[in-house]
Design a protein around this ligand. Sequence first.
Ligand code: DSN
Length: 430
Amino acid sequence: MDSSSPRDSVNRVLEATSNSARLYGNGLGMIASENIISPNVKRAINSDLHGRYAEGLPGKRYYQGCEDFDTIESLGIDLAKKVFNAPFANIQSTSGTVSNIGALKALAKPGDSITAVSTADGGHISHARMGAVGLRDLHVSTYPWDENRMEPDIDGSCALIRELKPKITLVGQSVFLFPTPLKELADAAHEVGSTVMYDGAHVLGLIAGGVFQDPLREGADVMTGSSHKTFPGPQGGFLLSSNEDSKFQRKLNNSMFPGVVSSYHLHHVAGKVVALAEFEAFGKAYAQDIVKNAQAFAQALAAEGFDVLAESRGYTASHQVLTRHGDIDSGAGATAAALLEKAGIITNMNMLPGDSKAMTPSGLRLGVQELTRVGMGPREMEEVASFYARVLLQNEDVKAIKNDVHHLKSDFQHVQYCFDSEDFPAYEGM
Ligand code: DSN
């Protein structure tokens, strides 16, 4: 039992908060699901709204005092429709998983069936029985996976959908190198009356930036996603749809409130709206630079001698790069991630095709969206790849590499692709 005083506890939290900012500020944040927020998003988040409530939709509230927030949420709905080219947008979700729970609630009832990518192939936990799909008591069948193309095997998946006639055809992954062959899957789904749900959590910024795929025009009825990965806002989620039917849209709105949120973190909604406006101004360039950097990084890693997946497809079309560091299920990915952290490079181990154990996988999943956001380009990607080689192939002293990492990062301390970039440092509180 911890016997420190309340004041000590406060100090320890604040100290750990600063330490975490220093870790990322001096190091290289390369976890594919993370990002940093702009000065104006910070302003919106660090506001009085953090303690307020607003249930319902703009103009239809259960509380007084919501007029100003109504202005924010109405603007945000309009901007989300524009940025994602979506006839319907709900911006209340507090995370990608919450968006998924809401969508599953709106689109299916307990006992219905669903098809999805398995977690072993990169599907998100909310697509599985252990997560939101189980919470909704849906029976899930997973697509056969094409390991060479790193996408659902098209013929097998269409056959599965036609045979099973799932209530929901769910696509999208957390390991997401290439666009999903959505048209074919959506045709099969619609043929049997299934609703197509696309989880774009990882790639939402690339989609909005026009550099990945356009799910709402390729057959997705509903698109869910996070507001804090390649879409560079505060933590939260989106629920979007191509369906113009007002009854369907009401169902989606109701799936959020009263479905899965009561208050929905109004300060984060305000931050999300700022991020949408900044995305309108800078998002296309940001998305293009992310993909350019991911491809440069993958090529540089391969040139250093690493086993980078999907060489035949040019390694990646997203923000992610996958590397294998040893035999299947050997835990080599875990060892590599731990060593890289000692050198100030923050990554996560990941299961790759063939691996069967999440805690001892053979690979790493690397993301360049945060390094891109602080202004790094293809030249820096080569330097970062050389750090990986020094840590993992040349077994150099990690302390020396950490110094070099810090030196490189010291030139990249402000968020780019936003207004008022210089107002606050990217890693405030270091
Ligand atoms: N688990 C997160 C990821 O890293 O992909 C998404 O929620």
